[in-house]
Design a protein around this ligand. Sequence first.
Ligand code: PLP
Length: 432
Amino acid sequence: MELAADPRLSVTTHPVVGGPSVGPSLNARLGGLSDYPFTRLAALLADVTPRSNTTPLMLSIGEPQHEPPALLAQALAAAPLADWGKYPPTIGTAPFRAAVHGWLCRRYGLPASFVDVDKGILPATGTREALFQVALLATPQRKDGRQPAVLIPNPFYAVYEGAAALAGAEPVFMPATRETGFLPDLDALAPDLLARTALMYLCTPSNPQGAVADLAYLKKAITLARAYGFVLALDECYAEIWDKAPPPGGFEAALSLENDGAGQGQAGQGTANLLVFNSLSKRSSAAGLRSGFIAGDPALIQAFTRLRSYALAGNALPALAAAAALWGDDAHVEENRRLYRQKIDAAEAALKGRYGFYRPAGGFFLWLEVGDGEAATRRLWGEAGLRVLPGAYFTRSEPDGGNAGHPYIRVALVHDTETVARACETIARVLG
Ligand SMILES: Cc1ncc(COP(=O)(O)O)c(C=O)c1O
């Protein structure tokens, strides 16, 4: 068939060049999102100039500043040049999956068969994109005959909200305040809400508060996901940065449910309804490698593979090889933890007894109660060149206008110990 014979391809119905133009109509859900926290921070500080005798220091972004392990550069250098010329497969490579699987089994004491090495693991270009895409995977048109809900801790990592809203779900926030141990109170969730829940995000250790969910908590979350037929997305990207004890993980909880036996109705369920997200950004101080993984329920992984075969750009093969080397090594992570503990010690020495200071059980953020987080942020920037983030920018306001994050600032302890010590002393001096 000749092209011109098909009326659908006729050019004569289009506006002539130079004629009136119509702007593209964009996804209206975008307009409903809050500005991203760093955009809001830039606006808040736009008219504040740090004093001339200060050196600006970024305590606002959770970007580890430790040097990435030499293993990373070695693995990249060892990769054949030709591998840079190849499109990476959506499911990654067998050595990558084997390295992630090996780490999961070591870290959480799992039997080898619990997470399927070929059908239960996918590479991610960092957890961020994967946590975004999981909402597209999990959100049906309707759930229980209504608009689906996506449950999100409050405060929260901003990506969860954007993902939920853009997937067409209603983001529903679960308060995670000092009163609830900085984790959502799962017992407070109404059955009516759970019935229309398509996806629940949980983060442990949590950002920004550094709270760790215990095994019983994780078991409850998995049990709810199975009882109400939703996906549980566990963001465990801070799982390797801990203070006193390694945080339990979702797979440990699923295994424990399995071991609890048939009496509880959970035997044989394995990793059902569960997806775990993790990355090398914090564990290996390699945020720029953009390498993480998604693991869990093989049925979900299969559907996710289908979605990601459309949506994923993927990690280059040399990056997957480097990632495999890093997941295979624990020594550099032990050293990372030692350095983070030093920083928390320094913060404790400067801030103990003020601003509700506590040692975060996991992660590397301080969540300090300073009265008015935005005002404190402006003062710290203006008077000392310290850039922190107001807690309100992680926290959705209540319908009555109250915002549980308003009194807080988040401080990222990512610089060397001496710098962290000086910064914390300065915070105490400036905020009084
Ligand atoms: C809670 C949380 N989840 C996910 C991410 C994304 O990290 P990445 O994409 O580097 O794995 C971050 C990054 O700071 C985070 O704080």
